[in-house]
Each structure stands twice: as C-alpha cells, then as structure tokens.
Design a binder for this molecule. Sequence first.
Ligand SMILES: Nc1nc2c(ncn2[C@@H]2O[C@H](COP(=O)(O)OP(=O)(O)O)[C@@H](O)[C@H]2O)c(=O)[nH]1
Ligand SMILES: [Mg+2]
Length: 170
Amino acid sequence: MYVQMEDRRLKIVVFGTHGAGKSTFIRCLDPQSRHIEALEDDSPTTISMDFGRVVLFRRVIYLFGTPGQERFEFVRTILSRGMDGAIVVVDSTAGVDENTYNLCVWLKGQGIPYTVMANKCDCEGADPQGVAAELDGATVHPVSARDGTNVLPALETFVRGLLPAEARIP
Ligand SMILES: Nc1nc2c(ncn2[C@@H]2O[C@H](COP(=O)(O)OP(=O)(O)O)[C@@H](O)[C@H]2O)c(=O)[nH]1
Ligand SMILES: [Mg+2]
C-alpha cells in the first residue's frame, strides 16, 4: 500500500536544561542540523534552538531542540505543538534538576511518549543510574553526545516504540 509522506513523519522535541547537551545530541544524529543562537541585548546568554532530521524505519524523524532556560517556556510550548514524542536530555554529571523533573511529570501526565538521555557518560562522575533513580519509571539511556556512544541505538529504541509493529522495519 502506498503511504503518504505525511504519514511517515515524526516530530520529536528535545528538552533539557541549558548545557545538558541538546544541540550536541542533535548534531551527533544529523551533522547537517541547523542551530539558531540569538544573543540577548543585555545578557551574555543565548536563546538556542536546533533543527535536525534523521531517517529511521523509513520514517523522516524531525528533531526540534528547545531553549533550556526557564524563561523560554513560551518557545517550548510553541515547539511542542503536535509532537509525537519527547526526548529529555540530562547532564548525568549534574543530575536531575527541578525543572527537568517537573517536565517529565508533565509529559507523563499528558500521555506524551518520552525517553531520557543521560548524557555526558564519557565524563568522570557521570551517574546514569542516579538519573534513572531520580526519574523513577522513565526509560533512561546512558549516552555521550560528544563521542556518539549509544546515541543512535537509543533513538532507534525510542522511535521503534512510537511506531506500530508493522512499521518497525529498519
Ligand atoms: N564531555 C561531554 N561534553 C558534552 C557532551 N554533550 C555536550 N557536551 C558539552 O556540553 C556543553 C553544552 O552542550 P550543548 O549541546 O551546547 O548543550 P545545550 O545547551 O543543551 O544545547 C558543550 O560544551 C558541549 O560540548 C557529552 O556527551 N560529553
Ligand atoms: Mg543548545
């Protein structure tokens, strides 16, 4: 049966605190990904957003990286519209902060499929098990977005779970 392209698209939104590694994660999956960094007038911090594309299981997966700072809630709300799933990137050397914890509770409450990437596992002091313990019940993948360890397998596992059984052909 012919399947329309629209049926093959998946929108995945990548959340996480500023510095957790969202942009690096998306760049690792799509070296051609786009990154927008806008400098604010009166502060050295930036608002950053990312856009990447990966093809998996004959689906085009669109990855939208959100700005991590708390005050950009409105941007996250806009980017979240119509998402099929969410990825939460956590710096596993730093642990789970309150906003990340609350985000996971919210995703669960909304019934949005999500998974957690315990990032920076190449670093000394990384504690992916600690991240999993703090986010009781979430699926947590230890990854290193910097060196690429486990990044693609983790995404594949997540995307496979979003698809109906007959679509899970590599
Ligand atoms: N050691 C290590 N550093 C990482 C990893 N992922 C990201 N970083 C670094 O962490 C910093 C923040 O990463 P970035 O992707 O900009 O975070 P974002 O604010 O969530 O988009 C950068 O200096 C990255 O090079 C990782 O897996 N391992
Ligand atoms: Mg970024």
